[in-house]
Design a protein around this ligand. Sequence first.
Ligand code: FES
Ligand code: FE2
Length: 417
Amino acid sequence: MKVTAPADPLIDLVARRAPGYSLPAAFYTSAEVFDLDIKAIFGRHWLFAAAEAELPEPGDYVTVTLGGYSVILVRDDDHHVRAFHNVCRHRGARVLTEDRGSVGNIVCGYHRWTYGMDGALLHAEAQAPGFDPSCFGLRSVHVRALAGLVFICLADEPPADFDEIAPRVEPYLAPHRLATAKVAAQVDLVENANWKLVLENNRECYHCSGHPELSACYFPIYGYTRETVPPTLQPAWDRFVKATENARATYSALRLPYEAIEELDNRATGFRIEREPLDAAGESYTLDGRAACSRLLADFPTPRLGRLAMHTQPNAWFHLLADHAVTFSVIPLAPDRTLVRTTWLVHSDAVEGEDYDVERLTKVWRATNEQDAALVARAHKGIGSPAYVPGPYGPTEYQVEAFVNWYHKRLKVFLAQ
Ligand code: FES
Ligand SMILES: [Fe+2]
């Protein structure tokens, strides 16, 4: 008698996904898929962890928690950002328990094993003769600083394509000098939805009529073409076409790259980057489109540079303007809870109250994030109903589909190993 092995429900689920449609409910709601996502997606790919500006001085650190992992990012005495697993090499205690801070050495609070900024074990009291500290340094995590943005990878062998992508996107990012910027504000928002719904929502502007503040300064035509733009958005489309022509003349004169590079689902590190104009005054994410910080990030001759938008899969998107930058990182907490961390960066010499006002600087994205949080919570609730069946993506949602295709391919690669 032929005996067949019981089918793996996860492999079966991944095989049953229909291209062009939203994912089956279990991808968003099941604890097993959530664990798979942590292993196959977050444990294997390059993740945006922090802006370098979050740890400006040697000894400054940030901890990033992800599933069971906790990672220490710390700036060493040579000003490089290092990353280590936040697990003591003595008996495994979490070494640093705060979200951020500043240290002389990295000291475990349990029995005070003391590590240097390079992770080496410097001191462990009362050990047996022959104890070799060089065998017990903190385990390092792969880390790359990209024009002031810090990425980590938890895998032993990270996707090699990051080294190929970095020199292509660096010319877009570097003029904004984020490596020497400072943090003006940071907001953590826990959204009641699966992390993929947060990413999917970010990849389309089909819902942008729900964003009055953003729509005041941003062309809500993202994902549309001349052929697909609906009549209601035709005036915005016409303004966008004209603004693009003017903006590209400025970009060319300033030698700022602007052409879109979009490689979302054909590589391990899916990404997209493009520089394009903003609406209204075209300078910044404010209600009138005027700059929110009078001290620009660099010596740009004009604040009217629109936005440089970059998106990296699986967990981040970025907006770099002339006067400030905003970074967004997505950290899954549970199948139905996701941390979205938003960080506003300005020139390190910009003075709060003189050059910028935090309320004005952050207003558009604080409001937009809250609106998005409500939308994705609503999506998660609906998907939780037994009546949910996957629905079709429209042309303006092609980047949602690309993200889901990427995610699905990455799961297949993982499960085939
Ligand atoms: S577990 Fe860290 S010093 Fe003992
Ligand atoms: Fe939105």
